[in-house]
Design a protein around this ligand. Structure first.
Ligand SMILES: Nc1ncnc2c1ncn2[C@@H]1O[C@H](COP(=O)(O)OP(=O)(O)OP(=O)(O)O)[C@@H](O)[C@H]1O
Ligand SMILES: [Mg+2]
Length: 152
């Protein structure tokens, strides 16, 4: 059950990420911005995810980068964290978008063994932002992206 939900999620996230790479954005994100995009990622997740995503429509490249971070981080939670719960928080303050995805799982996330986190660092840096990973063993994982928001 867990592994089939997990592989379904990875397949869907992979398909959506492929669409992003080829310039096709998920319909939920295009239509409803980050609140709708995040909701679509939560369908079928095998653990409770608390969300706080109250942001207006933003420049498409900011929405896309934030979505990409959240999709990969949630995929990692399902694949690796053995978590009981997770959360997604997105907020906009003074022209800075802050995206946080956290879980209460096993921790120990690090770059190098896969391409997901490395890709996120590159993507966020390319937008002039910063990615922070806190993941001490046994203390859960928090991925935080700070992204400057250009005025639209
Ligand atoms: N939320 C998490 N909880 C525990 N471990 C994690 C978490 N996220 C990532 N990791 C660990 O960090 C490693 C690197 O993650 P990354 O996303 O870069 O690679 P991956 O998920 O293994 O592969 P890919 O993303 O390329 O499919 C993972 O292999 C896993 O061991
Ligand atoms: Mg990954």
């Amino acid at each position: 059950m867990r592994s089939s939900s997990s592989s379904r999620l990875s397949r869907r996230a992979t398909a959506e990420l492929r669409e992003i790479v080829s310039g096709i954005l998920p319909a939920s994100l295009t239509r409803s911005g980050l609140p709708g995009g995040v909701e679509s990622l939560l369908v079928d997740l095998p653990l409770p995810v608390e969300t706080d995503v109250e942001v207006p429509r933003l420049a498409v490249e900011v929405e896309t980068t934030a979505y990409f971070v959240i999709a990969e981080a949630l995929t990692n939670v399902v694949k690796h964290a053995k978590a009981g719960r997770a959360w997604v928080r997105v907020g906009l303050t003074d022209g800075i978008l802050r995206v946080e995805v956290g879980d209460d799982g096993v921790g120990g996330a690090r770059t190098g063994s896969g391409s997901g986190l490395t890709g996120l660092f590159d993507r966020v840096e390319a937008r002039g932002g910063q990615l922070l990973v806190r993941s001490a063993p046994g203390q859960g994982t928090t991925i935080e992206a700070i992204l400057p928001v250009p005025s639209r």
